[in-house]
Design a protein around this ligand. Structure first.
Ligand SMILES: [Zn+2]
Length: 169
């Protein structure tokens, strides 16, 4: 076997290839699970309406079965962290599933998408739940005055809060 140049070895180590299966799927992505019958504090009627939206095919617009429950869990676990101030986090992996579980801004985007797609009555219930989460997220995070300098951080206000960069170093 030919010896590899040290640079080639380093480059290989830097690429997180081990994260992906042969099919290109992230190993850390959530495995497919049976569809949840309960989601956070939503009524069973609203859960059913959410499922209908999640199961529309093709799975475009970044929505898939179980994604709403995962997004709400991401919000709950982020807001359950101790401390007066919270800093948003993102994962090394840029796959949809890891982003949804690690970055509350991504999770909140998904919940917004679901809310927009719901019929008026389940939307009202989801919006009421989101209003409580938003209030806490707003109160416990810090505005990032430089967020506008990043093109991918436009859009809703939750993209313009300060990220914790230390955990990626
Ligand atoms: Zn991933």
């Amino acid at each position: 076997m030919p010896r590899r140049r040290p640079g080639a070895v380093r480059a290989q180590r830097a690429l997180p290839l081990h994260r992906y299966t042969a099919a290109g799927r992230c190993r850390y992505a959530e495995p497919p699970r049976p569809w949840p019958t309960r989601i956070d504090r939503l009524s069973s009627r609203t859960v059913a309406a959410v499922h209908r939206e999640e199961c529309r095919r093709p799975y475009d617009e970044g929505l898939w079965p179980g994604a709403t429950r995962t997004a709400l869990r991401t919000c709950r676990s982020f807001l359950a962290l101790p401390g007066r101030w919270l800093y948003l986090r993102r994962d090394y992996c840029a796959c949809e599933s890891c982003d949804l579980r690690n970055d509350i801004a991504v999770a909140r985007d998904l919940l917004e998408l679901v809310a927009r797609r719901l019929a008026p009555w389940p939307r009202r219930e989801l919006r009421a739940l989101l209003a409580g989460l938003d209030e806490e997220l707003w109160r416990r995070t810090v505005p990032d005055p430089f967020a506008h300098t990043w093109p991918h951080r436009g859009g809703a206000w939750w993209h313009q809060r300060l990220y914790d960069l230390d955990h990626l170093l």
